[in-house]
Ligand binder design. Structure first.
Ligand code: SAM
Length: 269
């Protein structure tokens, strides 16, 4: 997709006229029209502004689809649920620590096909969930409908999505290794800032160990294993309910291998 079609599709999805988008960008509606019909391109310095207004990354605005997105789109094409339908154990721990006896807002970051988001919604939480994969989000929506519940599924990239409203619970499983080291502080600080007092973060992340080889189906590009224990250091000023490191067997890609993962539950005091 070229930039013009991305702008056109996103603008329509947001219900903006060309004039509305033009006003937000301080350009003429003719400029927007030219971008959309491919007779002109926006100035380079406008790209981050357009992307922010349309709620997408600059990469997505330029029509770039990363290898990671392609990989997950392929995995999620089937009727079956690639990650199964059994909720992550962390969801039960969330329920124990913060039972939904009052309205609690949850955000599932990198929700995949939505098994955890749907489980939490079924149990009474107010759940929003995002991923970069359209097919994952579609499957999540279908699962929620089937279960007679609702999750606010939306497409976003964890690398450039920043919270601007508060949540009580932030959950993320198997996703933080897409966050490069140089933006980890910024992302975790934003998540911590927009978490209500007594709110919790339940997160796991793949970590590097010299004695564990990288998975055979894992592309090095765009994946950045964390240092062992690193995740916990970003939460030194929160109460750490659980900090655990586990090694587990995996058969993805058809070849048995192992992963090491740090698991954390932290509470904002
Ligand atoms: C290992 S799967 C985990 C899915 C889900 N959390 C689960 O446990 O079932 C990783 C997920 O992260 C998503 N993902 C990868 N890069 C992402 C990014 N930059 N922003 C948001 N999601 C991303 C993938 O599309 C995929 O669904």
């Amino acid at each position: 997709m070229n930039i013009g079609s991305v702008i056109l599709n996103k603008r329509k999805a947001l219900g903006y006229t060309q004039q509305v988008l033009a006003d937000k960008l301080h350009v003429s509606f003719q400029a927007v029209s030219k971008w959309e019909n491919g007779t002109a391109y926006p100035e380079v310095e406008l790209l981050p502004v357009i992307a922010a207004i349309l709620g997408i990354s600059v990469d997505a605005l330029l029509g770039y689809r990363s290898a990671v997105v392609t990989e997950y789109e392929n995995r999620y094409q089937t009727e079956d649920y690639y990650w199964g339908v059994v909720p992550n154990r962390l969801c039960y721990e969330i329920m124990k620590l913060r039972p939904p006896i009052k309205p609690l807002k949850v955000l599932d970051m990198g929700c995949g096909e939505g098994k955890d988001a749907v489980f939490l919604a079924r149990n009474g939480y107010i759940v929003s969930a995002f991923d970069v994969s359209d097919s994952g989000l579609e499957k999540g929506k279908r699962m929620a409908e089937k279960c007679g519940t609702y999750v606010d599924f939306f497409k976003a990239n964890i690398l450039d999505y920043r919270l601007s409203e508060n949540f009580d619970i932030i959950f993320s499983s198997g996703v933080f290794h897409y966050i490069a080291p140089n933006i980890r502080t910024e992302i975790t600080e934003n998540l911590k800032q927009y978490t209500n007092k007594k709110g919790i973060h339940a997160i796991n992340v793949f970590v590097e160990k010299p004695f564990i080889e990288r998975a055979p189906d894992e592309e090095a590009a765009e994946r950045y294993h964390w240092k062992s224990g690193e995740l916990f250091t970003y939460y030194h000023d929160w109460l750490l309910w659980r900090t655990e490191e586990v090694i587990f067997d995996c058969n993805s890609g058809g070849k048995p291998h192992q992963h090491c993962m740090d698991i954390m539950i932290a509470e904002k005091k």
